[in-house]
Design a protein around this ligand. Sequence first.
Ligand code: NAD
Length: 502
Amino acid sequence: MSFHSVRSEQPEGLAKQYLRNLRRRDFLAGAALIDGCWVSSQHTDVVVDPATGDEIADVARCNAADMSRAIAAAEQAFPKWRALLPARRGAILRSWASLLLEHSDELSILVTSEQGKPLEEARHEIAYGAGFLEWFAAEGERAYGETIPSHKVGSLLQVRMQPIGVTAAITPWNFPVAMITRKAGAALAAGCPMIVKPAVETPLSALAVARLAEQAGVPRGVFQMLVGDPVELSASLLRDPRVRALSFTGSTQVGRLLLQGAADTVKKVSLELGGHAPFVVFDDVDLDRVIKGAMAAKFATSGQDCLAANRIYVQRGIYDAFVEAFAAAMARLKVGHGLDPATDIGPMTKLSVANKCRIQIDDAVAKGAKIISTKPYGDLGANFVAPTLLSDVTEQMLVAQEETFGPVAAVLPFATEEEVVARANSNEMGLAGYVYTDDLRRALRLSEQIECGMLGINTASFTGPPIPFGGWKQSGLGREGSRHGLAEYMELKYVCFGDLAA
Ligand code: NAD
């Protein structure tokens, strides 16, 4: 079974060539990690290069019985893992991070081969991913509780943070390494075992991360990874009361299903779902700086990023100049295979994402938007989408309503601050936002008024291990990274010591 349906006319190749020379052959074994053993299966799924449709590997397809074994192994591993000193758990996480960095070249090749992003961005993802393991290695030592001034005579009131138990993660294909380490770093530092089900499109880099976890000394059953049918595997996780917490990154649609499924066993659920970031440009800004920010906020990960600027609101006074300069910058983007060092924009990982971009472009044009720039790239294949600049977009168009997740930039004119705040907040998503203005008082006002979990003021670069990553409204629940990320895998326990009077 293949989860992709693309086949292009490109000569076969780049990914296969790179993978043939991969030093760590075990990274291509395609076996799942269950209870400390590498498990193959007679049933396999094919991994393809999204740029060419080439089949590049097979991975074991795990089933519900495999998941049940993994849950039992995690439960067995829990008492010993939680009893380790946090510093000891931290040391293991740090060696895992070092191994990721040591194998950055090979991991990046795997990411680009199965996900499609340019190799340089894949390298950046490995460093970003290792950063979460390092951050949580230290943060695990700071899971302080509280002492509460007592409201009862002769009593001492304490609040402790204790690991929640067996945890699970379902991760996406756009950041196939970093979304695993962001979740597992926190869970393991908190003292919890974690079972990961990576995206079916990108299991190779995920399984390589699991190989490195084992090499770093993560004990048997503490970190496990199973690839397979998402519905079957997630159903096993959801209905099992031994799994106490579930963390998911992906679409809002699947996030809702998981939230419903977790209700029967009342699991703690963290959801990092879709975004629809407003990118607001006032006419007092320096054009060069804002174009640099808009390019980064729109085209990182070829647009397949939940932080991507989906609605670029530009004030009338700077609108024409912005559109002209943005089109000129976009014209310099090179579309191609992610393993070609010249590439800025790779293929969409899934054909459905490429098709969604095309539907949004057609819908916008039918409703009056103008295509200002579209970059021809030849016949690379159905998963490629030309970087496209749409101007005069309105909120009636699909592109301004649904997450795009591709290299389509929608620009909307606005007149006043009051108007743009209302329009920016008119979407049900509330993950990230961006505001560009040189007026300090206005920046402070907007920082209070924009409804989102993360806001960049005069910057498009703000993510990283120390910040609480997460969204408002239908963009999710809970936070990842930062000290708040650790709390997702911990329970509070209030203890009252009474009758202490001598
Ligand atoms: P998705 O939500 O289907 O996939 C994400 C993860 O969920 C993968 O591991 C997948 O195997 C799993 N999954 C899929 N269906 C499931 C089900 N019924 N039950 C349990 N797990 C399931 O996302 P997608 O369809 O691949 O992408 C669609 C859109 O989702 C994108 O266009 C984008 O808007 C959004 N998305 C967001 C992020 C993010 O970083 N927040 C990541 C990926 C996709």
